[in-house]
Design a protein around this ligand. Structure first.
Ligand code: ADP
Ligand code: MG
Length: 227
């Protein structure tokens, strides 16, 4: 396996700042949060189902449904992202499901995410092959994503996010569908990649073992009011 071939963002030193974030739904306050997340740091937001975790990530990513009433600012470094469209924020997002494109090969899924600034079909393919190699999937380029195990799909999804050179990572319970042993391995991989790429990372989860594995600050939400 090669180390960080094409997936390590160079010199990422920008903090992600969540300033006075509030998210309300039908007059009920779901989220009230201020936090700074340093490069390579993982902040965990832990709360039960329905507490507003995915909504928080949607707000930070710029795609919160207008049914919510949200306020506050999101900054990367000194740049205010709050009014910027989702596709201009350069968030790397992993969900519960790996959401690989079924009509593309495994390698095609990675190539799709490589910035357009990387020119040339063969250069793009080499980067994708290196990214696969890095996570033990050398030789998987031409495979149909449907033929991969859950853990393999999760690793492809991770590398697809990292080759896009995001400025920060948003993790929405990405380990919750993996069985115990695989969950631990995948967690280790995701957190070590986030750290080595210097990415400020927000993990949301209902699982205290995820929070512990993340090894950073944990903020609990929605503990009262939940039935
Ligand atoms: P979590 O991720 O912690 O399970 P969510 O952020 O998905 O919680 O949801 C928070 C609350 O908002 C829940 O009560 C949910 O039913 C509601 N909700 C989620 N999405 C929408 C939407 N698009 N419109 C209205 N309500 C929503
Ligand atoms: Mg959710």
């Amino acid at each position: 396996m090669r180390e960080n071939a094409g997936t390590k963002s160079a010199n990422n030193t920008a903090c992600l700042t969540l300033s006075n974030i509030t998210i309300r739904l039908g007059g009920r306050m779901l989220i009230a949060l201020t936090a700074g997340i340093a490069p390579g740091e993982v902040l965990t937001i832990m709360g039960p189902s329905g507490s507003g975790k995915s909504s928080l990530l949607a707000f930070v990513g710029g795609f919160l449904d207008p049914a919510f009433d949200a306020g506050g600012r999101v900054l990367i470094g000194t740049r205010d992202l709050t009014e910027i469209a989702a596709n201009q924020r350069h968030a790397g997002i992993l969900f519960q499901d790996p959401l690989l494109f079924p009509h593309l090969s495994v390698g095609g899924n990675i190539v799709f995410a490589i910035p357009a600034a990387v020119k040339g079909r063969s250069a793009r393919r080499r980067l994708a092959e290196a990214a696969l190699d890095e996570v033990g999937l050398g030789g998987f380029y031409d495979r149909d994503p449907d033929t991969l195990s859950g853990g393999q799909k999760a690793r492809v999804a991770l590398q697809r996010v990292l080759v896009s050179h995001p400025r920060f990572l948003l993790l929405d319970e990405p380990f919750s569908k993996l069985d115990a042993a695989l969950r631990e391995q995948t967690r280790e991989l995701v957190f070590s990649k986030a750290r080595s790429a210097g990415l400020p990372t927000i993990l949301v989860t209902h699982d205290s073992a995820d929070a512990e594995a993340a090894g950073g600050r944990v903020i609990e939400i929605g503990m009262e009011e939940q039935g």
